[in-house]
Write a protein that binds this ligand. Structure first.
Ligand code: FES
Ligand SMILES: [Fe+2]
Length: 415
């Protein structure tokens, strides 16, 4: 067909209603706010890894759905999460991204979280342990026992990741993500892991487009590395498997790293209980990805900042027991393909930024998710499954976002 005029371009594609989505779900402010309220305030987010809080009194700060969060390790070694908000007058309690409360600060007692505004203090369990001039100001009307921090659901699970949920009554974490983690559980829980790489990127695109890129492999045509090391029969036989709650996994195969000039087999540093050079992916709704390429695990977590802006945090993990030489090799494997300057990561970012450039403004567009290939690697069933879940949480149809959600046909057929 020749290039199309406006009405042809705007017409509904000749695909089923669940095989495309409307680009307003990537650009509309109201939909974005609803996503924070309806989705991000109720899902489990792996905000960091336990190895980033190795000692008692270590902490990290982050945010979920615009709510500031602090994660601490107590003297009892328990990792806990709280809103990073002072119950007095709403000050952000801790402003550093990470650190330790063990030593005193110019405006903070040792072993306490101290709000610098009026010097209220909290212990690692979130209890308020000191209100400055408590009696004088409050007599007995308000006591420190009544002014603890807001604790949040927090669990260390699936290989030592620290999962936080803003909802006090969430779907239990095991029920939420146990199914998709089954393929890697033995491997990730065999022995302690350690984060050796962290960087973040703020990208002008919608967070769902990033997640799509992590869960669809048709775009391997963009990755020269993947074409050279991967396009074998066993690659094309990889299966996308859909799980409850919108999650998807992508089955493994043996990658031929040595086919790419300058690369080497990763067999010697393969994670425990895995054949050499495997490549698994776990994509969790609404935007979390675990990507194990033989010798290095990558974890991406999205923090949506606006309809057309997302912060992505990237972590690289190896085994805690690595020798210095093993660790350096693992870092090299990680960085040469990912890292902040790895080839594949940049290509992915170029792809999703290009999408963000066309969808942020202007007329609604149709984004196609209609490939059907027996749920193998280039089938787009993973994205259809994801958007079906999105529709349920939002009560909006992904292809007609001004209409309520109804179960979509081909997803139902596949389940
Ligand atoms: S706002 Fe924190 S002590 Fe006053
Ligand atoms: Fe990619």
């Amino acid at each position: 067909m020749p290039a199309r005029n406006h009405s042809q371009w705007s017409a509904t594609p000749p695909l089923a209603g669940d095989e495309w989505v409307d680009s307003r779900i990537y650009s509309d402010e109201e939909i974005f706010e609803e996503e924070l309220q309806n989705i991000f305030k109720h899902v489990w987010v792996p905000v960091c890894h336990e190895s980033e809080l190795p000692e008692p009194y270590d902490f990290r700060t982050t945010s979920i759905a615009n709510e500031p969060i602090i994660v601490t390790r107590g003297p009892d070694n328990e990792i806990r999460a709280f809103l990073n908000v002072c119950p007095h007058r709403g000050m952000l309690i801790e402003r550093r991204p990470s650190g330790s409360f063990r030593e005193g600060q110019p405006s903070g007692n040792p072993k306490r979280m101290t709000c610098m505004f009026h010097a209220w203090q909290f212990d690692m369990k979130g209890s308020c342990v000191y209100i400055s001039r408590e009696k004088e100001g409050y007599q007995d009307r308000l006591k420190k026992e009544q002014t603890g921090l807001r604790r949040l659901r927090c669990e260390v699970k699936f290989g030592g990741f620290v999962w936080v949920n803003l909802d006090d009554q969430p779907i239990p974490l095991e029920e939420w993500a146990g199914g998709p983690f089954e393929c890697l559980r033995k491997t990730l829980e065999a022995e302690p892991m350690e984060v050796f790489h962290y960087h973040k990127a703020i990208i002008n695109t919608n967070y769902k487009l990033w997640h799509d890129t992590n869960s669809e492999f048709y775009h391997d045509f963009m990755h020269y590395h993947n074409r050279v090391t991967g396009f074998t029969d066993s690659y094309f036989a990889r299966k996308n498997e859909a799980f409850e709650h919108g999650h998807v996994t992508v089955g493994t195969f043996e990658v031929n790293y040595a086919e790419y000039e300058g690369f080497e087999s990763r067999a010697e540093l393969s994670f425990p209980h895995l054949p050499p050079n495997q490549w698994y992916m776990i994509d969790l709704f609404p935007g979390i990805n675990f990507n194990l390429r033989g010798s290095a695990l990558r974890c991406d977590v999205v923090t949506p900042l606006g309809p057309n802006q997302v912060m992505i945090e990237f972590r690289g993990l190896g085994l805690k027991r690595d020798t210095e030489e093993e660790r350096n090799t693992r870092i090299n494997h990680h960085n040469s393909i990912w890292g902040p300057f790895g080839r594949n990561l940049h290509e992915d970012l170029v792809g999703v930024q290009g999408q963000g450039a066309t969808m942020g403004k202007g007329e609604p567009r149709r984004v196609l998710h209609g490939r059907q290939e027996n749920q193998t690697i280039h089938d787009e069933n993973g994205m259809r499954h994801y958007y079906d879940e999105w529709g349920k949480w939002m009560n909006r149809s992904p292809s007609h976002p001004d209409q309520p959600f109804t179960q979509r046909s081909s997803v139902a057929a596949a389940e």
